[in-house]
Every structure is written in structure tokens, then in C-alpha cells.
Ligand binder design. Structure first.
Ligand code: ATP
Ligand code: MG
Ligand code: MG
Ligand code: MG
Length: 576
């Protein structure tokens, strides 16, 4: 590829709304272009990266026995009504009408359509197992689209769905996918962790997220450096024993000043997405006097609005807890959570308890809390002006750095991650809702056992950049670089020797199957190098007059501090 035939458009400044480095650099490198909130054009340079991500995913999915198809982006609402998701899902589901006033959705994922295909096409156990996947545009009307491709509204996802004859076979399919995901993420050349994830009411334990480690990640992950234990915060907290916390900074005690704060603020403060189901949060606050003695301890029950992407609000009753949950008394909290009013730790204790939820309550605009004093509750409570910094958020949780790992293999550590993939055992949730059956070996119809498996194709490059950049720009891992090698001739227009050497090397590399770009734009060296350092091509070969006379070119890896001289005769072998 020659630069003159390609499209390169770099910027000195990042747009004002780009908060994280990947968003800044992808925009400056001309990889993406914003059209609206969370909606981007993938420009030629960015599309090359996306295609490389797709190619790796496709290769490994095929290797794992999955079969590719493509399902429609716009889907009739009828299927979504069969599973109830048309009504149950929150505003993240984009609903549209056609000219006949018929309802449609823009796919945020495709369980309904793929289950519909399966119930028509997979008639016998002999056709199982099957795993269908697509690499397709998704739309989720995210509450806060941000960070460029990291949390877009329109984005590309690889979504796969496995169909099996029984639970044991479905779990095998799940493990095949989990192993394929490890191969995929290994190939990207990124530091990542597979963490156990909470799969909610269905599916039990079989859910893992693949998290790329990055300080800007929106998720907190808990792991044990001495063992394989790793879980997302939600899962880690579900397993953690409730009990007094060490006396950490008593930030929470100061924060119960009445004022105004939305559920979103609380969720953000805690670093958790607004929950799938309405979640309760019990925390203890101590009021200290001037000499630091505790004069009052309170246990608070907080309720976060369920406004998650899938918004599958469970309307299950929790015995013993106040219906309607305007507030809970101390005895209710004690009875339900086993928390003592004298509980002294200042740390929040988040419990994945499914509460009684009426739809009108779910959409309440504020959060409500109750304290361990009879009839004492507050609404619209503010967390005060002393909001902790995001990196202190872990202190507000039940699981904190240094806690014993559940596997007894040492102390827990916490780091932040970007969810780039998710594997999930679904059981018969969708096949039952849609009455999708096949004929079993015994001649009787049985519901498909399913799993679903996603990878954020367009989120992945952003995660790669969060992990691999410096002050000059992106540093792509070879596997997903827009070009592997860039040839930078100096004074190509003046020197026929440089031109000939550059073109020859370009042709040789192309012939050798190397993804190479020849920068024939005639830019000054400084501007040319700045562009390629910003764009992040990992390998650069500079060809100049002086070097050519000595039959030498200069090679520099994007991470190298300086260039190395390499003989022209050797450069090809060096790069291949
Ligand atoms: P998140 O917790 O970040 O909102 P999710 O759990 O809702 O993600 P899944 O439903 O598990 O996402 O979808 C599978 C994958 O799709 C995710 O692991 C992620 O990599 C990607 N993805 C989800 N939402 C977005 C988005 N808004 N923009 C880009 N990629 C996304
Ligand atoms: Mg989401
Ligand atoms: Mg998630
Ligand atoms: Mg997920």
C-alpha cells in the first residue's frame, strides 16, 4: 500500500470531549470520526485495525467449530415479545416503527433471532451441538456513551450462540468457547485476565468476563496474585463473608448529608454499572466526635435504581423485607442481611440481593435509604462534597485489597479492567421462552441448552491503546496494527536511489505477505515520523541518501529509543 493511494488524516489536538487516551489517540490518528454521541465512522486507518481484530476472532471461532452467519440489524418486535424482552428491557433497547406502525428493534444482541433460527432449522439431536456466530453491528442506547469506541452506542460485536442437547453438552460447548477466547486474547498480545462473573439468577457459575487490564477500565476486578483466583467485583462480593471491616478511612460517615444525588451518581461513585436487578447496598456509617470516638453507628440500606442495559428486572419477592422498600428498619436489615446495628466498619457492603421491585419503583428518579433507627429514612440523600476519588472506590466495597482470597492462597489484589469479552451459559432460558425444541434420542421434544459468547470487536482496539501508548501516540501490538511496517523514504522526490530502494523494499515486503505501507507523500521527516508514531505502526524503516550509499537503511521499533542501521541485503529477512 502506498500512502498516496491511502487516506491519512492526523490531528495535533484531541477533541475536547475525549477523556481517555484511546479516544484521544484514535481520533488524532484519524482512525475514527464522530458523527453523534456514541456513533462513529470507522475511517480507513481504523477499519484496518478492526478488520485484523475480526480476522483473528473469525479464525479462532472457526477453529473452535463455530459457524458464521449474519442476522439482521433491524429485527421485528414479535420475537422480542416472545421472550418478554421487548417490554422488560430498558431504554438501552432501541425500538423503532416502520411505515405500517409495526414495532422493530435494532439488535443489541441476538438471542431471539438465533433461537428462532434454531427452532426452525435444528430439528434433531443429531444436528447438535451447533454454535452460530456473527460479527455484526449492534446498537445499545447507552446511558452514558463515552470514551470513543470503548462505550459506543453503535458498535461491532462478535456474538456466538451454542445449542446443545443437554446441560452436560452445553457446558462442554461453554468450555470450548472459553478456551477459544483465551487463544483469541493471547493472539492480540494484550495483558488480560479471565474473571469469574456473576451470571445472575440463571446459569449458576458459568460466566466469565475477559478483562484487558487498564487503569481507565470501568470495571474493578479482584484477583489473587498467588493463584488463579480472579473475579469481577460483583462476583467477589457475592462470595465475600459479611462482617466488620478494618477501620479504613471513614469517608462514608461524612457523606450522609441530605441533598440531591441520583442513582447514577451513586452507581458511578461506587464504580458499578447501574444494576441489572435493583440492588441493595448495606453500609455502616460511624459518626465520630472530635476526639475520633464513635458517637453513633448506623447501618444504611440503599437501593439503586435498576437501569442496566438489559434491564431485566426480576420481580421476585424477598421474604422478610418490606414490600415496596421505601425503607427498612434495623430489625429488617438485621434479619435479612445478618448485619448488626453496632457494625462498626465504614465500608460499604454490597449484596446482590434481588429485591421486590414494582416497575414504577424501578424508574424512580432517586435513591432511598433507611437507617437503623426506627422510622428513620431519607430520600434524595447526597454523598456530600467529600466524594472519594475513583481510585479510592475500592475502599467503599465489601471486598478490599488485602482480604484473604477465597481459595486460601494469599491476599487479594484489585485492579481495573475493560470488559472485552464475555462467555455465558444460558441454560434453557431462551429456548423455553420461545418454545425452541429438537427431537431427542428418545423421540421426545426437548428444549435447547444454550450459551452466548460476546467479544467487543470495536472496543478491543481502544482497550489495546489504553494499555499500549506513550506521549507520542499509539503502540500497536503487531497482530492488530493497521500496518505492520512503514517505509519512510527521506527525499524520495530528490533522490532516484532512495525512490528505487524504497519501492523495491515495498514490493519485496508485499510479495512476502507483510502488511507494509510506503509513505510516498513527500512529507518532511519530522512530520512523517510524528504521524507514524501517533498512528503507532510497530516497525519503521527509514531510507535516506547517505544510508543507501553505504547500502544501509535504518530500522526502529515503535518502542525503541533510537534507530538501528541494517544492511539493505538483510532488512527483508529482518522484517519478515
Ligand atoms: P458493559 O458491562 O461494558 O456494559 P456488557 O456486559 O453490557 O458490557 P455484553 O452484553 O456482555 O456487554 O456484550 C459482549 C461484549 O460486547 C462486551 O464484553 C463488550 O466487549 C462489548 N460491548 C458491550 N457494550 C459495548 C459498547 N457500548 N460499546 C462497545 N462494546 C461494547
Ligand atoms: Mg452494558
Ligand atoms: Mg458487563
Ligand atoms: Mg458482559
Amino acid at each position: 500500500m502506498k500512502a498516496s493511494q491511502f487516506f491519512i488524516s492526523t490531528l495535533k489536538e484531541a477533541p475536547a470531549d475525549a477523556e481517555v487516551v484511546s479516544h484521544q489517540l484514535m481520533t488524532r490518528a484519524g482512525m475514527i470520526k464522530k458523527l453523534g454521541a456514541g456513533i462513529y465512522s470507522y475511517m480507513p486507518m481504523g477499519l484496518r485495525v478492526i478488520h485484523k481484530v475480526e480476522a483473528i476472532v473469525r479464525e479462532e471461532m472457526n477453529r473452535a467449530g463455530a459457524v458464521e452467519l449474519t442476522m439482521p440489524v433491524v429485527q421485528p418486535a414479535e420475537l422480542w415479545q416472545e421472550t418478554g424482552r421487548f417490554e422488560k428491557m430498558g431504554p438501552e433497547l432501541l425500538r423503532i416503527k416502520d411505515r405500517h406502525d409495526r414495532d422493530f428493534v435494532v439488535q443489541p444482541t441476538s438471542e431471539e433471532v438465533v433461537t428462532d433460527i434454531a427452532r426452525q432449522e435444528l430439528r434433531s439431536y443429531k444436528q447438535l451441538p451447533k454454535n452460530f456466530y456473527q460479527i455484526q453491528t449492534k446498537f445499545r442506547d447507552e446511558r452514558r456513551p463515552r470514551f470513543g469506541l470503548m462505550r459506543g452506542r453503535e458498535f461491532i460485536m462478535k456474538d456466538a450462540y451454542s445449542f446443545d442437547r443437554d446441560e452436560a453438552a452445553a457446558k462442554v460447548s461453554y468450555q470450548v468457547m472459553a478456551a477459544a477466547y483465551r487463544r483469541i486474547f493471547d493472539r492480540f498480545g494484550l495483558r488480560y485476565r479471565a474473571v469469574a462473573a456473576d451470571s445472575g439468577a440463571i446459569g449458576g457459575d458459568l460466566s466469565e468476563e475477559f478483562q484487558v487490564i487498564a487503569a481507565t477500565g470501568e470495571d474493578a476486578i479482584v484477583y489473587c496474585p498467588g493463584s488463579d483466583y480472579a473475579a469481577n467485583m460483583e462476583k467477589a462480593e457475592a462470595l465475600a463473608p459479611a462482617g466488620p471491616r478494618p477501620a479504613a478511612a471513614n469517608a462514608m460517615a461524612k457523606t450522609s448529608t441530605p441533598g440531591k444525588s441520583t442513582c447514577a451518581d451513586v452507581a458511578e461513585l461506587l464504580g458499578v454499572p447501574l444494576a441489572t436487578t435493583v440492588k441493595s447496598l448495606v453500609l455502616a456509617t460511624d459518626t465520630l466526635n472530635e476526639s475520633g470516638e464513635i458517637v453513633k453507628s448506623q447501618v444504611w440500606l440503599l437501593l439503586l435504581r435498576g437501569d442496566h442495559d438489559m434491564n431485566e428486572v426480576k420481580v421476585s419477592k424477598v421474604p422478610g423485607l418490606n414490600a415496596g422498600f421505601r425503607f427498612a428498619t434495623v430489625s429488617e436489615i438485621e434479619a435479612h442481611f445478618g448485619c448488626k446495628p453496632g457494625y462498626l466498619g465504614p465500608i460499604g457492603l454490597k449484596l446482590p440481593v434481588k429485591l421486590v421491585v414494582d416497575r414504577e419503583v424501578v424508574v424512580m428518579a432517586d435513591w432511598i435509604c433507611g437507617a437503623n433507627e426506627p422510622d428513620f429514612h431519607m430520600t434524595g440523600v447526597n454523598w456530600g462534597r467529600d466524594l472519594p476519588e475513583p481510585d479510592q472506590v475500592a475502599d467503599l466495597r465489601n471486598v478490599v485489597e488485602g482480604d484473604a482470597s477465597p481459595d486460601g492462597q494469599g491476599a487479594l489484589a484489585i485492579e481495573r479492567g475493560i470488559e472485552v469479552g464475555h462467555v455465558f451459559y444460558l441454560g434453557t432460558k431462551y429456548s423455553q421462552a420461545m418454545n425452541a425444541t429438537f427431537l431427542g434420542e428418545d423421540g421426545k421434544p426437548a428444549h435447547f441448552e444454550m450459551g452466548c459468547y460476546g467479544i467487543g470487536i470495536t472496543r478491543l482496539p481502544a482497550a489495546a491503546i489504553e494499555q499500549n501508548h506513550d506521549e507520542r501516540g499509539i503502540i500497536w501490538p503487531d497482530a492488530i496494527a493497521p500496518f505492520t511496517v512503514v517505509i519512510c523514504p527521506i527525499g524520495m522526490d530528490r533522490s532516484p536511489e532512495v525512490k528505487a530502494a524504497a519501492e523495491q523494499l515495498h514490493e519485496q515486503l508485499v510479495a512476502a505477505g507483510v502488511d507494509v505501507l510506503l509513505d510516498d507523500r513527500g512529507e518532511r521527516p519530522g512530520a512523517m515520523f510524528a504521524d507514524w508514531e501517533l498512528i503507532g505502526v510497530p516497525h519503521r524503516v527509514t531510507i535516506g541518501d547517505r544510508g543507501i550509499k553505504e547500502a544501509q537503511v535504518e530500522y526502529q521499533h515503535r518502542r525503541d529509543a533510537a534507530a538501528t542501521k541494517v544492511a539493505v541485503a538483510e532488512i527483508l529477512g529482518f522484517l519478515k
